[in-house]
Design a protein around this ligand. Sequence first.
Ligand code: ADP
Length: 336
Amino acid sequence: MSEDLTKPELESEAELAFEGALRPKSLTEFVGQTKVRGQLELLLKAAAMQDRTPDHILLAGPPGLGKTTLAMIVAHESNRPLRMSSGPAIQHAGDLAAVLSSLVPGEVLFIDEIHRMTRSAEEMLYLAMEDFRIDIMVGKGAGATSIPLELSPFTLVGATTRSGLLPNPLRDRFGFTAHLEFYDESELYEVLRRAAALLDVEIDKDALREIAGRCRGTPRIANRLLRRVRDYALVHGRRADITTVREALDLYDVDALGLDRLDRGVLEAILKRFDGGPVGLNTLAVSVGEEADTIESVVEPFLVRVGLLTRTPRGRLATPEAWRHFGIERHTGGLF
Ligand code: ADP
């Protein structure tokens, strides 16, 4: 099986190191998302002028669009230390209490996948975000008491691929919510140009444009494809021009739109097994052997964005564009 180059999630330690090297360190280096950048800049400046911790920030959007990078930038630009954690790592309220009580004044706490925290931890977080205080329960049953604990003021930066799953009381406690969008090709070109310069990769402009059109609107994937193209050019002793890019991406099964294995699996299931839909999310999930949550938060946003899928009240529907992209003839005749 070939490596899945277009998966938006992180793959390995090597990739983590590679991403670290390419991560923009400041808002000016951060490409695209102009509106969010402007809003964040204002929020950080206002906090600095009033000498207080910036408001809590929620970053929502599919994987690989820059949520972790922005959290790091918030800490860096406001000159504050950063603590990184994630929803799945905080399974008990006690885990969260341990993190919160050890924060230094002004620290930025990043919680990735914040929608995956348990309910008890979430409830502790409400009070912490609002009053910089938590109540620690000691003992059990009738003898249980709660001891209040003051916390250092901190800024919470939460990231989620599913803002719809966050309970309202949690969502309301963020002073600012940013919805990150997929990047357009000119922005991805800029991401790639910057990465090529940092990695010292000599590559033609039209080759960069070709990668920009095939990376699923996602900077993480853009950087990953660039790395593969660099390797391909190196191994074959070739210049990284547009022909090299096409050959390298064909080798890795990245199609003209940059759809990944799961994107293709979902669309092919709708087209071939459900005659284009509409088909319900759960039925679709079972049919491709994937969690409904992943399909809804990772696969669908991109397919909707490129016009291959629509979500209707009766289920998911493939568009005429999807039939064309897969070169499948629509089976229009009914049974009778
Ligand atoms: P997320 O947390 O949303 O999954 P990351 O912040 O980890 O995404 O971004 C993945 C990689 O993509 C980063 O290492 C960075 O190199 C690159 N990247 C993301 N957004 C941008 C951007 N706006 N400009 C340049 N590079 C970016």
